[in-house]
Write a protein that binds this ligand. Structure first.
Ligand code: ATP
Ligand code: MG
Length: 313
């Protein structure tokens, strides 16, 4: 990609997803303890793609409140998912479109753009990527817009690993190039909002504390993500360990050792699903079955991923 040619749609968004679909529905259902985030995100995205829904609601309950609805409907189409590593932000952002598609009975396309793997190369690349991403989103959404308030379909642009954008434009250390990226992002959000297009942007970042004020101000909602509490750890581990033949008494011990300890933060969701459970299985494989005592030892020896430390902006 040179500075002058726009990356192609396939190059920019390698893994476009269309909802409803069986696979994302399953992935979404597997997420534990995020019911509040799921419900809020579905509602916001649902309204962005189908503003007529709110009109119908007002008609029924508050026929005099039309003017007030503008405040709800004119919010910029941006939701920020912020929080600790491995806490389900990407997984939720990639699959929530399925719930919205089913609820609104329309087809939704996800355009996933990760800013960590791309856009850290040549000067100007992040800005160019973002501008191109918004161009494609505007083009696709404009085709789906309809005049009767109910879109024929919708687009979700996922800007993942957006830490580079979560830096304040006011920060003195902020590189000129990053600032241009933030500006391109804000311009893109404003384009979608002004066009009242059936499109929404979901941005994921670990660095809420450093989120640019102009980005923050535009967010219709900021959803935060944390490490799993006891109930959530039990929900993630319980089914898997039970299937391996462990008793509920034994499972309780796993829930306890994966929690906060003295001077130690607890396991992340991804520590449980992507490190601990595989480690237990692979330790036993292929010679024998899983031994509960040995499995607990593995859990006790494993160190949770350190929390993401907010740098001072
Ligand atoms: N709430 C959850 N319930 C069940 N599994 C989860 C949950 N959150 C995360 N996981 C598991 O952890 C994996 C990583 O999650 P994800 O990639 O969404 O984390 P993230 O919040 O985007 O982290 P990062 O900030 O590092 O990008 C998921 O694929 C899933 O297996
Ligand atoms: Mg992620």
């Amino acid at each position: 990609m040179t500075a002058h040619t726009r990356p192609g749609l396939d190059e920019l968004f390698e893994r476009r997803l269309t909802f409803p679909d069986f696979e994302p529905q399953e992935r979404l259902a597997r997420l534990v303890g995020l019911d509040d985030q799921k419900a809020r995100l579905t509602k916001i995205l649902g309204l962005l793609v189908n503003p007529a829904g709110l009109d119908a609601w007002a008609q029924r309950h508050h026929p005099d409140a039309k003017a007030l609805l503008k405040h709800v409907l004119r919010r910029p189409p941006l939701v920020v998912l912020a929080g600790d590593v491995g806490s389900g932000k990407t997984e939720l952002a990639e699959t929530i479109g399925d719930a919205v598609a089913r609820q609104e009975k329309i087809e939704i396309t996800l355009f996933p753009l990760s800013l960590s793997s791309r856009g850290q190369g040549r000067v100007g690349e992040m800005t160019q990527l973002l501008s191109a991403a918004f161009d494609y989103t505007v083009e696709a959404a404009a085709k789906l817009k309809s005049t009767n308030g109910r879109a024929r379909g919708a687009v979700i642009l996922l800007v993942d690993e957006a830490d580079a954008l979560a830096q304040s434009r006011e920060s003195a250390q902020m590189h000129h190039e990053d600032r241009a990226g933030v500006n391109a992002f804000i311009r893109g959000i404003d384009r979608l909002a002004n066009g009242q297009l059936p499109a929404a942007v979901v941005m994921c970042t670990n660095r809420l504390g450093a989120l640019d004020p102009a980005v923050k101000r535009r967010a219709a909602d900021i959803l935060s993500f944390d490490r799993p509490n006891e109930t959530q750890r039990k929900a993630v581990l319980g089914g898997a360990l039970q299937a391996l033949g462990l008793t509920s008494g034994q499972i309780e011990k796993f829930v306890a050792v994966t929690g906060k300890g003295k001077g130690c933060h607890g396991f992340t969701f991804s520590d449980l699903t992507q490190r601990l459970l595989p480690a237990i299985v692979l330790d036993a494989y292929p010679a024998r079955g899983v031994d509960p005592a040995r499995a607990l030892e593995i859990a006790q020896q494993m160190h949770p991923t350190p929390p993401f430390e907010e740098q001072k902006p």
